[in-house]
Design a protein around this ligand. Structure first.
Ligand code: SAM
Length: 230
């Protein structure tokens, strides 16, 4: 049995992916019309984050910036495969990835997902979307900077982490969560770009207690699968 393929959750996800496509279409169009390469756009975003993180992401308050349906299904499958009970998500936006992950928890009998986003209006919308999917009992969404909101109260048995927030903070957030990761925990980075934060160098060094490699889909989006080995 899985609830992302049909029924209430599938309907909510289908609606949200449609809304996301419409809301983010201008971003995609302006990226396509710019002379800048993808690499240059990432470099610019890294600079913007470094100079003013809050305004950078407030500028995307109406954008979903969500995972694709394929990536969402992959998240669901990972959570099921590792029999997750506790999942932490950095960057919940309007709640699309949250719904994939929380559905996996519910389909296995329950659990806890802690998500967080910097932009209060996004967290409000994510809460409403999670409620529409019938998942409010499993999901706790925290408003604010993950470096503060994930500092405490994440438990000591994290099975899975999704890193999908500000590109420059992946290593900071991982280090915050590291003491609470179970051996074997899965960490998935979306937009885990080599030029940002030192995250990729850190998780690809086995001496730090991880095994890590890029994921072969949604090319160019910097998707990285990491396993905690100690
Ligand atoms: C790529 S979007 C997340 C998409 C979401 N995971 C999904 O698939 O629907 C990145 C989100 O990270 C949030 N964010 C950026 N920096 C953050 C921070 N320091 N703490 C918490 N959230 C942050 C942004 O507001 C934005 O909504």
């Amino acid at each position: 049995m899985n609830s992302i393929s049909d029924g209430q959750v599938a309907e909510v996800l289908e609606r949200l992916h449609r809304e996301a496509e419409a809301a983010d279409a201008p971003l995609a169009a302006s990226a396509a019309s710019e002379a800048a390469t993808r690499e240059e756009r990432i470099t610019q975003l890294l600079k913007d984050e470094a100079s003013d993180l809050k305004s950078t992401y407030r500028g995307f308050a109406e954008n979903f910036l969500n995972v694709s349906p394929d990536f969402g299904r992959f998240l669901y499958m990972c959570a099921r495969a590792c029999k997750a009970k506790c999942i932490v998500e950095f960057g919940s936006s309007m709640g699309i990835s949250t719904i994939y992950l929380a559905t996996a928890l519910r389909d296995m009998g329950g659990g806890r997902l802690i998500g967080t986003d910097l932009v209060p209006s996004k967290v409000e919308r994510a809460r409403a979307n999670v409620a529409a999917a019938g998942l409010s009992g499993i999901v706790e969404l925290r408003v604010g900077d993950a470096r503060e909101t994930l500092k405490s109260g994440v438990g000591d048995d994290i099975d899975m982490v999704l890193l999908d927030g500000a590109f420059t903070l992946y290593l900071d957030v991982l280090k915050l969560l590291e003491p609470h990761l179970k051996p074997g925990a899965i960490i998935i980075g979306e937009n885990a770009f080599e030029q940002a934060s030192g995250y990729i160098d850190y998780v690809r060094n086995p001496q730090n207690g991880y095994l890590s490699q890029p994921l072969p889909f949604d090319a160019g989006r910097g998707n990285e699968l990491t396993i905690r080995t100690s």
